[in-house]
Design a protein. Structure first.
Length: 558
């Protein structure tokens, strides 16, 4: 939750940073259907081909070039001369071939053309040549992009552009770190409990981190000297995301999904594979694969989860809630193509943020399952008490010095076998559950109660309970056990055999030694005419004999 709040604060601050007016006024025009061979020196013959952008879209170009190449011209408007250094920024990370040329009219009437080298930032950014000594330059940006282009641009002060880039860079790096942290956490859990959806979630988190690395422009800034086809890399990461998401969803709805829904998920899973080959199969197929991976498949998944959630099946509601942020972000982004949603400065980051919220929810589903399975592995199915495995964990804590005990008591039930033989195992099970309920109700918070098998129970009384209170507690337990139990019109009762070792416990004693001594006492309590509760200090437990019967609290009636 803190990470979500941190990212939201960064988003709000970035919006405020980008909300101000540009430092210098420029008139923008575009020459869309440009021949790829057209150079900057040839543009003087095509000045009439530049079409001014609409005023309402100031700072934003949206369109497509039929030839895959276009020129964007930025010219000083009247009175827009800049006295301070300015930077030009194109807020789009998928431009693999873009050039900036500054064209000046020198005092002697000569036209000077300067190619400007981009700065190593996540978006294409150029430091514009100073214009203090000569008339202001016109700037021509050559862009090669085969698809519909939503291109925000800005000319402003270096401080402002660096501030905005830093904010969104921090958001991107934070998201990548959080995705990798979720993957690492799930991998650590997976070593404890191996589940089929663990690997899928790890793959989802890692591919989401790679998606953010591409979509934020960080990958391009890291490999500035290499021409990367980031669009196809993004498509590949989206295909991997889709594959792992469907595998994760299938693993979590498998027990409750109908064969038709489960089959549809399987089709979606394998339909993500062709998108990996899209870059090799031509532009048309790549566009179709792009639409499928980014729009169609996520919406189909949303519909399937909604159908399962409507039927109140399993984890479907939680998975639907987790999937919604990714869907809403996707619809918002691609709704811009249909002019249904406005452009915001965070649009290129919304899908990444949606993926992060989805990953958080998926991680919560996994963690809930892991906790449930871990609790089930440590719980006795019949009585709901902690089982032998849970007691082993307490033993490990005691042996390591992290658990101090006032007493350890071992209890079994006399005449329990007779109840099973006479009234049946169902009656015996009912007896065990009823006795467990009674004893759990009277044990103090400073104690732990385990069923370690059959009719054997362990009571651990932690440090801080006096010997008198331990005696009173075990006496109450014995009284509760001896009270009759009714089942199916029959009434029957058993008695408790309790052997207990009381503290203080020396530092060098082991849990297994305490168990052995308590077991010896409990065995002696089974002998004829023996006391049903035998409590012995650890200091003399090794010398215990039946004839002495030390610690006897009362004698069982014959």
């Amino acid at each position: 939750m803190r990470s979500v709040i941190f990212i939201l604060i960064l988003i709000v601050s970035a919006n405020f940073a980008a909300a101000g007016a540009q430092d210098c006024k420029y008139e923008a025009s575009v020459f869309e259907d440009t021949q790829p061979s057209l150079s900057i020196s040839d543009l003087s013959d095509h000045t009439d081909s530049f079409v001014p952008l609409q005023e309402r879209n100031s700072g934003l170009y949206e369109g497509r070039s039929a030839t895959g190449t276009l020129w964007l011209r930025l010219r000083h408007s009247a009175g827009g001369h800049c006295e301070t250094p300015q930077w030009l920024q194109l807020k789009y990370p998928y431009l693999k071939d873009v050039e900036l040329h500054a064209v000046r009219q020198a005092p002697n009437g000569r036209t000077d053309v300067t190619s400007v080298t981009p700065l190593p930032l996540q978006y294409p950014v150029w430091a514009l040549p100073p214009s203090s000594d000569v008339p202001a330059s016109d700037y021509y940006v050559r862009i090669t992009h085969p698809d519909f282009l939503i291109l925000p641009y800005e000319i402003g002060s270096p401080r402002r552009i660096i501030g905005e880039v830093a904010v969104f860079g921090t958001i991107s790096v934070s998201l990548i770190a959080l995705f990798l942290a979720l993957a690492f956490q799930t991998a650590a859990l997976g070593r404890v409990l191996d589940r089929s959806d663990t690997a899928a979630f790890i793959g989802f988190a890692i591919s989401a981190a790679f998606y953010v690395l591409i979509s934020s422009g960080l990958l391009g800034s890291l490999f500035r000297g290499v021409v990367l086809d980031t669009r196809h890399l993004l498509l590949t990461s989206q295909a991997v995301l889709l594959w792992n998401a469907v595998v994760f969803l299938r693993a979590n709805i498998k027990p409750v999904a109908t064969p038709r829904i489960s089959g549809t998920f399987r089709i979606l899973q394998y339909a993500a594979l062709p998108t990996l080959l899209a870059p090799l199969l031509g532009h048309a197929f790549a566009s179709l694969a792009f639409l499928f991976a980014f729009i169609a498949a996520p919406l189909i998944i949303l519909g399937l989860l909604a159908a399962l959630a409507y039927q109140r099946q399993g984890q479907a509601t939680g998975l639907l809630i987790g999937w919604c942020p990714t869907i809403l972000a996707t619809v918002w982004i691609y709704g811009r193509l249909l002019d249904l949603t406005p452009y915001l400065s965070i649009n290129h980051h919304l899908v990444a943020i949606g993926l992060f919220l989805t990953a958080l929810r998926f991680n919560g589903v996994l963690a809930f399952k892991y906790r449930g399975e871990a609790r089930a592995a440590r719980t006795d199915i019949l009585t709901g008490l902690p089982n032998r495995r849970a007691m082993t964990e307490s033993a490990r804590r005691f042996d390591s010095g992290h658990l101090d005990l006032s007493a350890l008591a071992l209890m079994d039930l006399r005449k329990f076998k007779a109840v099973n033989d006479t009234y049946g195992h169902a009656a015996g099970d009912h007896l065990l559950k009823e006795i467990s309920r009674r004893i759990s109700a009277v044990l103090p918070k400073q104690s732990d109660f385990f069923r370690i098998g059959g009719d054997e129970f362990i009571i651990l009384v932690r440090a801080g309970i006096s010997r008198d209170k331990v005696d009173k507690l075990l006496s109450d337990v014995s009284e509760l056990v001896s009270q009759p139990v009714s089942y199916a019109g029959n009434s029957f009762s058993v008695q408790a055999n309790i052997g207990a070792i009381a503290g203080p416990m020396p530092d060098n004693v082991s849990f297994s030694s305490l168990m052995g001594a308590a077991d010896k006492l409990a065995y002696m309590a089974k002998l004829p005419h023996a006391a049903d509760i035998l409590i012995q200090p650890w200091s003399s437990a090794g010398t215990l004999t039946h004839e002495e019967r030390p610690g006897a609290m009362r004698t069982r009636p014959t």
